[in-house]
Design a protein around this ligand. Structure first.
Ligand SMILES: [Zn+2]
Length: 629
């Protein structure tokens, strides 16, 4: 498994990660014959229950295995659900297995399923993002960010680590020891792959020879009933083995969550603690999606300089894998549709607009293919509603409609190309309300209205010919300061003439909260495609509104100036679709609950594939957008 530093070079990351874990350097378990997964699809399973009724579940005991359906329902499910990626999935779909009678058999099943998952994902190269906040203790607010780091890359799920490469890296005198940890030398060195290492418990040796498995109890994670096992490495099984707990769903016996660390750590290295979650995004498989890491302790008397918390998100599993040569030969750019009613020649102005449209389409298509933009979806409906509110009340009538798209990454940024406004997932997450969303969108709308179009050079298709990992070097939509100021001025005019005019106090509060954390959150505020919201630790976006509204006051529990990351938008790691998170409001009971711009643990509500596919609730009105609490 390997990570390329793509898109950007991360702050502390001198070079790519070094080497591999001991585990990864050994032979892969994939070479073992796996007869059961080769079995043909079940011949007669029409009567199989798709899911086990929860109400009739037997009472949990430590010795008995819960009643399992007679045949593995996942083998049936693909026929009932449209499989999004039948190619790789079908070949490795779980075979029908008899219901396990003992916990020993359950262990055998989930070991086998884990190997099946590793095999199924072996040709995938998902996007991996880690955002990390170092912490310092604040008497009032508890642990707060003191600085931050950001990594973005593509992870090759299939590559077994080449021992020769590993040694070669060692010979270069590199100092780092293991992927899972960081070297405690002169400064902490975060290894981006370390944070994504817990996609699997053990890439190569997850078996009974290397581990002991102890059944603990049954437990629901979301809608999914799980069997919980403690996993400990056997004596003498080597360094860097998984030590912790796994949750195994009780239908197909896939691991859905891993929590723990690796043990023992090599000299001068250190393994993070991690909580790793998987989602049932395709039939029969639970795909690694979120990993939360945390170290440090702020209880009395403890001094720990390495305190941090970090979120790792994985998405883009369904992206085309492609090496650089592939990229160049496979590129395909859709041409602009000719929508004119009769064959007419384009006027110079029409030609100009066609040209800009072509550039815009090229960029949107290219960013989507690189796994950076979500496909058009529900979140866009909300964004477009807000944009529309601004347009209608300001009598803006553009020749082409304004579109919106979600940038899938965490750093807070917006940009526009042609008539498409792009806003990052992280920025949508932290905005406290619809007025603040309108404010950040109004800046980009102002660029469009003022004709500040930067993208037209991308109408030349040769400019789209670059590898995914160099996207950030090849695309950029930063305006000159004069255009930024003009857009801000226009944006304030638009806002004051909009349904949000009476709510600009909230925008002022958000900008104050941003200012309060601007110097600590340099990585979160470093943009990669658009203009930054801050410059040198000072907010420089919509500054005219910064004085608006009350003073920032952490002790006022009803004053929510900015939200934690991750609370608004969730991304489907398989197909990159973005949707709004549906959460019930939770009462804030202390200033420590506010956590503006902060990283929090993941706790996704687990559900089986297909269980959540409800008819579209069509949240197309702005009423469904962020509201204050
Ligand atoms: Zn701008």
């Amino acid at each position: 498994m390997r990570i390329c530093n793509r898109f950007l070079s991360a702050a502390l990351l001198g070079s790519a990660f070094i080497g591999a874990t001991i585990a990864a350097a050994q032979q892969t378990a994939d070479s073992q014959p796996q007869q059961t997964t080769q079995q043909p699809a079940p011949d007669a399973t029409p009567t199989a229950q798709p899911s086990q009724p929860i109400a009739t579940a037997p009472a949990p005991t430590d010795s008995a295995v819960p009643q399992a359906p007679q045949s593995a329902p996942a083998a049936v499910a693909p026929a009932q659900q449209p499989a999004p990626a039948p190619v790789a999935v079908a070949t490795a779909a779980p075979a029908t297995t008899a219901a396990p009678a003992t916990m020993d058999q359950v262990v055998n099943l989930f070991i086998e399923r884990e190997h099946g998952l590793i095999k199924m994902l072996s040709n995938r190269t998902p996007v991996v993002e880690t955002y990390l906040q170092n912490l310092e203790n604040d008497p009032q607010l508890g642990p707060i960010p003191s600085q931050d780091h950001y990594f973005l890359g593509r992870m090759d799920m299939g590559e077994t680590v080449d021992r020769k490469d590993y040694l070669k890296e060692q010979q270069k005198g590199m100092q780092t020891r293991l992927l899972g940890g960081f070297a405690k030398l002169y400064k902490v060195q975060y290894q981006p792959l370390g944070f994504s290492w817990m996609v699997y418990a053990d890439r190569t040796d997850f078996d009974r020879e290397h581990y002991e498995f102890h059944y603990i109890r049954r437990e629901f994670l979301g809608d999914v009933r799980c069997l919980v096992f403690d996993v400990t490495p056997k004596k003498g099984s080597g360094r860097g083995r998984f030590l912790g707990r796994v949750w195994v769903e009780d239908q197909d016996y896939n691991i859905v969550r891993l929590n723990g660390t690796y043990y023992p750590a090599p000299r001068n290295s250190y393994f993070f603690h991690m909580d790793s979650w998987r989602l049932n995004l395709i039939p029969g498989y639970w795909v690694p999606s979120y990993i939360y890491s945390e170290e440090g302790d702020f209880s009395a008397g403890v001094k720990n300089k390495t305190a941090f918390k970090a979120q790792t998100r994985i998405w883009g599993y369904d992206l085309k894998k492609g090496d650089k040569d592939d990229e160049l030969t496979q590129i395909r750019v859709d041409s602009v549709k000719d929508e004119s009613p009769t064959a007419q020649d384009a006027s110079p102005l029409q030609a100009e607009r066609e040209w800009q449209q072509q550039a815009e389409d090229n960029v949107v298509e290219r960013l989507t293919r690189a796994g950076l933009l979500a496909p058009e979806g529900d979140v866009d409906h909300i964004l477009q509603t807000v944009v529309n509110n601004l347009e209608v009340t300001n009598n803006i009538d553009l020749p082409r409609p304004v579109r919106t798209r979600v940038l899938l990454t965490a750093p807070l940024e917006t940009f526009s190309v042609g008539n498409t406004i792009v806003i990052s997932r992280g920025l949508i997450d932290v905005l406290p309300d619809e007025a603040s969303l309108a404010a950040v969108l109004s800046h980009e709308l102002a660029h469009i209205v003022l004709g500040h179009n930067l993208g037209s050079k991308f109408a030349f298709n040769d400019r789209m010919l670059f590898s995914d990992d160099s996207t950030y070097q090849n695309l950029g939509f930063k305006h000159i300061p004069e255009e930024e100021q003009a857009a801000d001025k226009k944006a304030v005019d638009l806002l004051k003439n909009s349904p949000y005019a009476q709510k600009l106090d909230n925008v002022g509060l958000f900008l104050k909260a941003l200012q309060a954390r601007a110097t600590q959150l340099n990585a979160l505020l470093t943009t990669h495609l658009g203009n930054p919201l801050t410059e040198g630790g000072t907010v420089n976006r919509l500054t005219a509104l910064e004085t608006q509204g009350p003073a920032l006051d952490n002790t006022k529990l009803d004053q929510i100036a900015a939200l934690p990351l991750g609370g608004r938008v969730k991304v489907n790691p398989w197909d990159d679709k973005a949707e709004m998170v549906k959460t019930a409001p939770v009462a804030i009971t202390s200033a420590r609950d506010k956590m503006p711009f902060e990283v929090t643990p993941f706790y996704p509500r687990l559900a089986r594939y297909g269980a959540n596919i409800a008819p579209n609730a069509a949240p197309t009105t702005a009423a469904n957008t962020p509201s204050g609490n």
